[in-house]
Ligand binder design. Structure first.
Ligand code: S3P
Length: 429
């Protein structure tokens, strides 16, 4: 499916965001690891978190989902998974594959994890290596790629693991495998990445040098997951940028997840001069949320602090769009991880910016953007490369263009944001 997007004279309205993808995955996985029933409200209907539900069902977990977002999971406890008769299909979801690897590493069952062509091309060595070191019997195609094979007979030993990459998926895979060990697993994190796993599992942590050490072990009791999943900040980021760069806009976003390990894009956009108002809600729960309003703003260029990158890794494509509409030269450095996402996002964004006639220089791990301030880019035919975040970035570029653009293979937005195109229509006037 291709979508046409026409430059709009105004962007106005109120949006209910899709539920957070990262938290949805974890809420269901951790509910499966808990003893007894968990009730999760506002679980995401997007394709990736649905892949997690189907994998859990194949592992023998009873799950009722009524289609309205309420999901009831009968937890089997640590070690309670059933050996699946078929390959677990993780679809397009790196989070499903990497976290699931840790979750079944010590379960004493044989499991094969596979995915689509994009997922099969993404490196899994980052989880294979530490899980093997912990005693799991895990292997991948060419020692690096899906399908991943996990065999019964491994015995998990706790170990101390300084994270070599600031990756929440890697951190979570190791901590989940650690739940099978007698001795604690200690993950040492010096550059903070999203901390949903630690929050939802209530894992103990303490400061360690300039970072923290987080622990998990067999003696840890996995809490039930009775809560409401907040709106996805990563989805909100598309509207925050669209609202800031469009000259006639006011967009209100409700129940946005505001976990500080996810919201660096807010700080970055505010530093660029974006007019963003945040009202935190006082609802209790493991994840903070609130209402965010964005209005038209004149943006200035910035050099992004590389230490913030893990806290805005999924927002970097849309931040590049914001930089194209700022006055002057902006820089993102130290973002080589973008090359390991659903697509090589540095390459995909270079193609998008070039199609729109923007000026930039891309390197192996970053990009320099010579922002043209408030302007109408050229409409174009934008390749999504089947990557949801590239498709949504192209759509925001299209809303600013002088004419009608096309986004190719636009259905991929359903990976994280099934209502994206109807929300775009609702806001455009
Ligand atoms: C995620 C972590 C990030 C992010 C992905 C979701 C998670 O990946 O890009 O979309 O839910 O843990 P890395 O932790 O590998 O950077």
């Amino acid at each position: 499916m291709n979508k046409e997007v026409t430059g709009t004279s105004a962007l106005q309205g109120t949006i209910t965001l899709p539920p957070d993808k990262s938290i949805s995955h974890r809420s269901a996985m951790f509910a499966a690891l808990a003893e007894g029933e968990s009730v999760i409200e506002n679980y995401s209907q997007a394709a990736d978190p649905q892949s997690t539900l189907s994998c859990l069902r194949q592992l023998g977990i009873e799950i009722q989902a009524d289609g309205s977002g309420t999901v009831v999971v009968q937890g089997a406890g640590i070690g309670g998974f059933r050996e699946p008769s078929e390959v677990l299909d993780c679809g397009n979801s790196g989070t499903t594959m990497r976290l699931m690897s840790g979750m079944v590493a010590g379960a004493g069952i044989n499991v094969t994890l596979d995915g689509d062509a994009s997922l099969r091309s993404r490196t899994m060595k980052r989880v294979i290596d530490p899980l093997q070191e912990m005693g799991a019997l895990i292997s991948g195609r060419d020692d690096n790629y899906a399908p991943l094979q996990i065999s019964s007979g491994g015995r998990i030993r706790g170990f101390r693991y300084p994270l070599p990459i600031a990756s929440a998926q890697l951190k979570s895979a190791v901590l989940l495998a650690g739940l099978y060990g007698e001795e604690p697993t200690e993950v040492v994190e010096t550059i903070p990445s999203r901390d949903h796993t630690e929050r939802l599992l209530q894992l103990p942590s303490e400061s360690f040098g300039t970072g923290i050490v987080i622990r998990s072990s067999r003696s840890h009791l996995v809490p039930q997951q009775n809560y409401r999943v907040p709106g996805d900040f990563s989805a909100a980021a598309f509207w925050l940028v669209a609202g800031a760069i469009h000259p006639n806009s006011e967009i209100v976003l409700h129940d946005v997840g505001l976990n500080p390990s996810r919201t660096a894009a807010l700080l970055i956009l505010q530093e660029m001069g974006a007019d963003i108002e945040i009202e935190k809600s006082d609802t209790a729960g493991p994840e903070p949320m609130g209402r965010v309003t964005v209005r038209s703003s004149g943006l200035r260029a910035i050099s992004l602090d590389p230490a913030l990158i893990p806290n805005c890794i999924d927002e970097l494509p849309i931040i590049m769009i914001a930089m194209s509409f700022a006055e002057g030269r902006s820089e993102i450095a130290g973002a080589g991880e973008l090359r390991h996402k659903e697509t090589d996002r540095l390459r995909a964004m270079s193609n998008l910016l070039e199609t729109a006639g923007e000026r930039f220089e891309v390197s192996e791990s970053g990009i320099l953007i010579h922002g043209r301030g408030n302007h109408r880019p050229e409409p174009g035919i934008f390749e999504s490369e089947h990557d949801h975040r590239i498709a949504m970035s192209a759509a925001v570029m299209g809303l600013m263009a002088d004419g009608t653009s096309s986004v190719l293979n636009a259905e991929c937005t359903s990976i994280s944001y099934p209502g994206f195109w109807s929300d775009l229509e609702l806001l455009s006037q």
